[in-house]
Design a protein around this ligand. Structure first.
Ligand SMILES: Nc1ncnc2c1ncn2[C@@H]1O[C@H](COP(=O)(O)OP(=O)(O)O)[C@@H](O)[C@H]1O
Ligand SMILES: [Mg+2]
Length: 246
């Protein structure tokens, strides 16, 4: 029962995150659709010519249509994969692929704020067994919080985020760091509780959902004290379910 509620909560959280991105996603999908429209128009006009038009040209345009439609369905696949139901499903997956896909999901925000992202990937071939969508959601929450922090405090183009993945003693560790103002002292101890937010329109659910997902995986999430400038969050996840993170 509790498990089910948590899965539902995580699901709602993901929908919320995408809600923010809907305009961007629509724009992204609209580009290939626009190409498809134009190239098919061109094919039709060419075919209407007396001798059936220039075949080589038509073939070229049809190929452009094919590429554009794969692009559109690729974007949709990425999103539907992320939105998928609240059911929990543990699969074996690559740490670095997960990292890349997550960054891709928030690329609209990174480019809007012109943030410099320093990705320090895990050793190649590193894998773990997790609910991929949920771990993506954890990293996405941390990254979006970093973007919010940067937006509040840095001029456009001056934001920096470092994201790192490591293998430490059989446990996967992620570190997300930003050059925002850092975590406010008065909420530091309550960050992972639901409805704690210092943002005007903040729900305060992001980190609470992160903690519930991470703990469900036998892992830990923490904010590093005295991280210097900005904030630094760490997430540790055992490589296999049932293991406990130290
Ligand atoms: N990277 C960060 N830098 C500074 N403060 C942060 C950062 N991440 C989280 N916080 C603080 O933790 C609070 C809770 O975050 P979260 O649970 O994601 O809710 P929300 O983003 O809706 O406020 C934020 O309102 C903010 O005060
Ligand atoms: Mg948040």
């Amino acid at each position: 029962m509790l498990r089910r509620r948590e899965a539902e909560l995580a699901h709602v959280g993901r929908l919320g995150m995408l809600g923010e991105a809907v305009a961007e996603i629509a724009h992204e999908i609209n580009q290939p659709l626009f190409s498809i429209h134009n190239f098919s128009q061109a094919c039709l006009s060419e075919l209407a010519k007396p001798a059936g038009g220039n075949q080589a040209e038509i073939v070229g345009w049809l190929e452009r249509i094919r590429t554009a439609s794969s692009r559109a369905s690729q974007i949709l696949r990425r999103i539907t994969g992320f939105v998928r139901s609240g059911e929990r499903s543990v699969i074996d997956c690559s740490v670095n692929d997960l990292l890349t896909d997550t960054l891709e999901l928030i690329s609209w925000r990174i480019s809007r704020q012109r943030i410099d992202v320093d990705v320090r990937p895990a050793p190649p071939g590193l894998r773990f067994q997790v609910d991929r969508t949920q771990i993506q959601q954890v990293l996405m929450n941390l990254l979006l919080n970093a973007c919010d922090a940067i937006e509040q405090s840095q001029p456009l183009g001056a934001g920096r985020i470092a994201i790192e993945a490591n293998d430490t003693d059989g446990v996967i560790q992620f570190v997300v760091e930003d050059n925002g103002p850092g975590v406010p002292d008065d909420v530091r101890d309550r960050l992972f509780e639901p409805f704690v937010s210092t943002k005007q329109d903040g729900m305060g659910m992001g980190l609470a959902i992160c903690r519930s997902i991470v703990e469900r995986h036998g892992g830990k999430i923490a904010v590093v004290k005295d991280a210097g400038n900005g904030a630094r969050f760490t997430v540790t996840i055992p490589k296999r379910p049932g293991q406990q993170a130290a």
